[in-house]
Each structure stands twice: as structure tokens, then as C-alpha cells.
Ligand binder design. Structure first.
Ligand code: GRF
Length: 207
């Protein structure tokens, strides 16, 4: 099968990147990672990419004057890589409307809550404070507004008695690792298989 080229943007540990690397290693998975870009030199995810033989690049936001200039460099790097899709995987920068517009419908993010609940950071603490009994994660299309954009897939996990931010966070992260490859597969299927169930669902959601 012909695999779609994907760039993954990270800032840290890259465990979601690892889940995507592992999925892309399967012959029947419709994507391959052509470049991993980090805005932090010490992001552990860069090592994961190198181990997997994937090209890496560091573009530090501190080297640019303003968000537009940083995003222009990011856009150029992604375009140069030949990627058709962009996966944000723990990428801790807000993207400008101009950048997001250039990748409309092709840029995904994973967020550790059941959106639209608990946008922003510290989502597990927020869930515990709110007393919800179900928490989870969301893969969504990226738009200029933070943690908004059409929801592609969600996974729910229980909040258990005695949970701490750490125990709950680990349960959600394990779900993220299953969800992100499924969501990427779903978006690619919707784009490439006209008439497929995924495609019709997308039309319906956008109608
Ligand atoms: C994940 O919880 C993700 O949902 C959030 O940042 C975290 C990144 O973890 N956006 P990792 O770098 O993928 O391990």
C-alpha cells in the first residue's frame, strides 16, 4: 500500500510519537513518518526518532523573533520533508492562524481530556477536582483556537477511587497510545477512500 507521509511535532518525552512510530512499522498502516521536529533540543522524543531511523530537526522558538517567524520556519521544514499530514504529539506551542490555515484538515493534535472539558494544561488535576467519574483523551483537528477543532476520536477511562494526578495520567496516556494511530488512520481513510464509512461520517460531521 502507498503510505502517506507524516511529520510529527514534539516538545518532550514523545511516548505518543513512539505509538505512531510503532503503528507506522506495520505493513497495513497507511502512514510513514518522514520527519520528527522538536522545538526543544533535549526532547527525549528526538532519541526515539533517531533509534527508529527517522530524520529529526530541532527548530527552537527562542531563535525566532515572534510566533509568525517561528511558524514560517516550521512550515518550511514540514513542506521540505514532503509530509502531507502533521501530528502534534505533546508539542507545547500555540500555532498561529496563518500556519494552521496552511495545513487545514491535515493537522491533528492529541489532548489528555475528553474535550471540550478541561482545555489547556493540568487536565488530570482538573478532572479530579471536578469529580468526574470518566476522563480520557481526544484527537482533534487543529484550528487557531487552542484545544478546539473537530473531534476525530475519543477514548474514555474510569476515574478510580484513590486516583492521583499521576495514576490517572498514566491510565489516560495508555489510552492515548491506542487512540492516536487509530485517529490518524481514520483521517487518512476519510481523505483517500471516497465512499468509505469514514468518508461519509466526515461529510456528515462537516455538514
Ligand atoms: C500527552 O499527554 C498529550 O496528550 C499532551 O502532552 C502529552 C505528551 O506526552 N498533549 P508524550 O510526549 O507523547 O509522552
Amino acid at each position: 500500500m502507498s503510505k502517506k507521509a507524516v511529520a510529527v511535532l514534539i516538545s518532550g518525552s514523545g511516548s505518543n510519537l513512539q505509538a505512531l512510530i510503532d503503528a507506522c512499522g506495520r505493513a497495513d498502516f497507511p502512514a510513514r513518518i518522514v520527519r520528527v521536529i522538536s522545538n526543544k533540543v533535549d526532547a527525549y522524543g528526538l532519541k526515539r526518532a533517531e533509534t527508529a531511523g527517522i530524520a529529526t530537526q530541532t527548530i527552537q522558538h527562542i531563535d525566532y523573533e515572534g510566533r509568525e517567524a517561528f511558524d514560517a520556519a516550521l512550515h518550511q521544514a514540514i513542506a521540505d520533508s514532503g509530509a502531507e499530514y502533521v501530528c502534534l504529539a505533546g508539542f507545547m506551542r500555540l500555532l498561529t492562524p496563518g500556519f494552521v490555515g496552511q495545513w487545514e484538515g491535515k493537522i491533528l493534535n492529541i489532548h489528555p481530556s475528553l474535550l471540550p472539558l478541561f482545555k489547556g494544561t493540568h487536565t488530570h488535576a482538573a478532572a479530579l477536582t471536578a469529580g468526574v467519574k470518566i476522563h480520557g483523551c481526544t484527537v482533534h483537528q487543529v484550528i487557531a483556537e487552542m484545544d478546539a477543532g473537530a473531534i476525530i476520536l475519543q477514548a474514555a477511562v474510569p476515574v478510580l477511587a484513590g486516583d492521583t494526578e499521576d495514576t490517572l495520567g498514566k491510565r489516560v496516556l495508555a489510552a492515548e497510545h491506542i487512540l492516536y494511530p487509530l485517529a490518524l488512520q481514520k483521517v487518512i481513510a476519510a481523505d483517500t477512500l471516497p465512499g468509505s464509512l469514514f468518508s461519509r461520517e466526515k461529510d456528515f460531521l462537516l455538514a
